[in-house]
Design a protein. Structure first.
Length: 195
């Protein structure tokens, strides 16, 4: 036995299948708990622009966080996928924004107003306790966060169920570490995060 973790593709499939088994009731409670932890621990200064995601495939639902941010007069945005190999663009979103199915059939704002976020809420298949995330394999968030960080300070906050914690997985060049990870049970803070 080598002690090496399984390949990312194997871990990704395992964690995604596990996530799909979470019941709708537990998903809702988890989203509410993560929302509470977010507002108790994540620095979101007045006027900060926050980009979230449209939850799919039993992802931890970030919409309660975004809706509360809107109530607190923050500008919010959701990702637009322009094409493979390109960074994400974040389009302005409110609860009344018209939506349309984008690339990969994920709902996104049907508006052209692009915002540059100060905080990005990042979905994931799994995470480790060093702040690395296991994404879905296309590298959209890694490219986007790296590009934004090259010119400004951006707080990357991963969102996941605590059950998505992984002992470890291969970390490759280009994999971007989160500043914080918020689950339904804990808040993890890594180097460089603002408190």
């Amino acid at each position: 036995m080598t002690g090496q973790p399984p390949p990312k593709s194997v871990l990704r499939q395992m964690f995604l299948e596990q996530r799909m088994q979470i019941s709708p009731g537990v998903r809702k409670n988890s989203a509410d708990q993560a929302c509470d932890l977010f507002f108790r621990h994540v620095p979101a200064p007045d006027g900060a622009i926050v980009a979230g995601y449209w939850p799919i495939r039993a992802e931890l639902d970030d919409l309660p966080i975004l809706k509360e941010l809107l109530r607190r007069h923050h500008l919010c945005a959701l990702p637009h996928v322009a094409g493979g190999g390109m960074p994400l663009a974040f389009r302005a979103w409110t609860e009344t924004t018209p939506m349309s199915a984008g690339k990969y059939s994920i709902m996104e704002p049907a508006v052209d107003r692009v915002l540059v976020p100060d905080i990005i809420l990042v979905p994931m298949a799994a995470f480790d306790k060093t702040g690395h995330r296991l994404g879905y394999g296309a590298g959209f968030y890694d490219r986007t966060i790296a590009r934004l960080r090259a010119s400004r300070r951006v707080l990357a906050v991963g969102l996941a169920y605590e059950a998505q914690a992984c002992a470890g997985f291969p970390v490759e060049e280009g994999d971007v570490r989160m500043d914080m990870i918020v689950t339904d049970r804990n808040v993890y803070t890594f180097g460089g995060a603002r408190r």
